[in-house]
Design a protein around this ligand. Structure first.
Ligand code: ZN
Length: 186
């Protein structure tokens, strides 16, 4: 409550954030940190992660740990959500523009994404097979809240479902790149 955090960000009942960034940085003043992880004092399911800013998760929910990892994907590596809805958020990503996030594509500039990781013979787009759902790399339609026009790298990634045990290879590479960017002296 000290940060005035709330659910219902953008009308989503599980999107948990604080808009009080000045207060957040006041609380942290004098504390050395690399990344901000806020655990909200609630058992309601939810969380939120803002790239280069902070992540927040419910402290007392059973899914707290996987939610923190998912939100870390947003806040640390700028990953997009790979899940989608059958309706709503229809025009979140314009179809004539390649999204800036590394783990989704509109196929406008797929070369800038994970084209180099796709094995020969894999169809683009790729039909979901139900097999090798966590690491079978392809270009699966549905992602970034849209069921059409946005594509994701695997059938089930940590950026899509809490049950996925790992990030997909594309998200993993994006996280590694960010770690290298933050730690390797050139
Ligand atoms: Zn992923």
């Amino acid at each position: 409550m000290i940060l005035g955090s709330n659910f219902d960000t953008f009308y989503s009942d599980r999107y948990l954030t604080t808009l009080h960034l000045k207060k957040l940085h006041d609380v942290l003043s004098g504390v050395p940190y690399e990344h901000i992880i806020i655990l909200a004092n609630t058992d309601n399911y939810g969380g939120g992660g803002i790239y280069n800013s902070y992540l927040m998760s419910a402290a007392h929910n059973d899914k707290n740990l996987p939610v923190v990892v998912h939100e870390f994907g947003h806040s640390f590596a700028g990953l997009a959500d790979e899940y989608y809805y059958d309706d709503g958020y229809e025009s979140m990503y314009p179809s004539d523009t390649e999204p800036w996030e590394p783990n989704i594509t509109t196929l406008v500039d797929f070369k800038s994404k994970w084209a180099d990781l796709i094995k020969d013979g894999v169809d683009i787009p790729t039909n979901p097979s139900g097999k090798n759902v966590y690491e079978g790399l392809g270009v699966y339609e549905g992602g970034g809240y849209q069921s059409k026009g946005v594509y994701r790298p695997v059938q089930e990634c940590r950026m899509k479902v809490n049950e996925a045990p790992v990030f997909c290879p594309v998200c993993e590479r994006a996280i590694k790149r960010m770690i290298d960017y933050s730690t390797i002296r050139k």
